[in-house]
Ligand binder design. Structure first.
Ligand SMILES: Nc1ncnc2c1ncn2[C@@H]1O[C@H](COP(=O)(O)OP(=O)(O)O)[C@@H](O)[C@H]1O
Ligand SMILES: CC(=O)OP(=O)(O)O
Ligand SMILES: [Mg+2]
Length: 365
């Protein structure tokens, strides 16, 4: 079980990595793709692939039934198809990856690794929405949570960085990429997370609104005359940083803010305030916090976001060190002061490595 190809088929991007043991022997990123099938075929036709023992697929929504990595067969494909309404931006792209890989590599075992799986440990009080219980049951409405592969990997690496076991460590993980989510990880288990039924809830994102008053949707429909599809598109694709500042990329938002742009300044403040609110909430959920860890594109790279999100929390034992935080280092590192009771970390996520590891485990290798 040495050579494993991992496909992370996103809503508008395709990342792939080929592992030989723990070593990456090939990788690629195709961004802003219109045609996943063609992009995938190019990957599979590439000479560098050679022999494969397994393919690991990121699948965003696993619904209530998939709580662990799963060997893919026709039934699993149909089950992932049935979950499309719960993750319309993500599951169709994931399925295209699976179907293309199964067609072109019919003899290679394929494993699905679900974003939702790590959050299957959420206690009922965290997973339940306070709506009519029978309606919720009928429509499978609950908090599933996403980015689980990343939260799992990063919380484990954080424990190692602190020289502790995951079982004895409580971490708040902040995955800030295009999609963004927070999780409270207690002794290695997810006990709270900010995304919900779908990857729309919670933190402010590149193009998604995150949490809002549900009455806004009724208002836009009844008073604003927008259709539900239009509102769906508004909240998923024309909100967040793009909606507030006109651009979804945090680098661009920061550049405009530095130049005095008011809209970008407000967008940055809304984004970082929401993170701070979530940190406070999960601090209360955990009772004792050992570490707060930033990861993904924004979390790993933006010292400005990290500093703003945790500013003024010295009273909670959280103190970012300005120099450590701003140092142009990469890799796993601590950015809090010596005096900070809570250790603030930056840990680059590696969803692909985690998927390869989990795929091997399913196949007994
Ligand atoms: N140096 C940087 N400063 C601020 N933000 C950055 C920087 N580099 C990348 N980003 C942000 O990271 C985002 C992408 O995060 P990433 O985790 O790669 O996304 P994805 O969810 O597509 O995997 C970009 O949209 C950009 O906003
Ligand atoms: C679940 C999710 O939001 O994923 P991404 O950040 O890749 O869009
Ligand atoms: Mg991502």
């Amino acid at each position: 079980m040495t050579r494993v190809l991992v496909l992370n088929t996103g809503s508008s991007s395709l990342k792939y990595r080929l592992f030989d043991g723990g070593t990456t022997v090939a990788k690629g990123l195709v961004e802003e793709i219109d045609d996943h099938r063609t992009a995938l075929q190019d990957v599979f036709r590439s000479d560098e692939l050679g022999h494969l023992d397994a393919v690991g697929h990121r699948v965003v929504h696993g619904g209530p039934d998939f709580t662990a990595p799963t060997l893919i067969d026709d039934d699993v494909v149909r089950a992932i198809e049935r979950l499309i309404p719960l993750a319309p931006l993500h599951n169709p792209a994931n399925l295209t990856g699976i179907e293309t890989a199964r067609k072109l590599l019919p003899d290679v075992p394929q494993v699905a690794v679900f974003d939702t799986a790590f959050h299957s440990t959420l206690p009922p009080a965290a997973a339940t929405y306070a709506i009519d219980a029978e309606t919720a049951r009928q429509h499978r409405i609950r908090r599933y949570g996403f980015h689980g592969t990343s939260h799992a990997y990063v919380s484990r690496r954080t424990a190692a960085l602190l020289g502790r076991t995951p079982e004895s460590t409580n971490v708040i993980t902040l995955h800030l990429g295009n999609g963004a989510s927070a999780a409270a990880v207690e002794g290695g288990r997810s006990v709270a997370t900010s995304m919900g039924l779908s990857p729309l809830e919670g933190l402010v994102m590149g193009t998604r609104s995150g949490s809002l008053d549900p009455a806004i949707i009724f208002h836009l429909h009844r008073v604003g005359g927008m259709s539900l599809d239009e509102i769906d598109e508004l909240l998923n694709k024309r909100s967040g940083m793009r909606g507030l500042a006109g651009v979804s990329d945090m680098r661009e938002v920061e550049a405009r803010r530095a130049g005095g742009d008011e809209a970008a300044t407000l967008a940055f403040d809304v984004y970082t305030r929401r993170i701070k609110e979530m940190v406070g909430a999960y601090y209360a959920v955990l009772g004792r916090v050992d570490a707060i860890t930033f990861t993904a594109g924004v979390g790993e790279n933006s010292a400005t976001v990290r500093a703003a999100a945790l500013a003024g929390l010295t009273g909670l034992g959280i103190e970012v060190d300005a120099d450590r935080n701003a140092a142009p280092e990469r890799g796993e590192r601590i950015v809090s002061t010596e005096a900070s009771r809570v250790v603030v970390c930056v840990v680059p996520t590696d969803e692909e490595l985690e998927i390869a590891t989990q795929a091997r485990a399913v196949l007994g290798g």
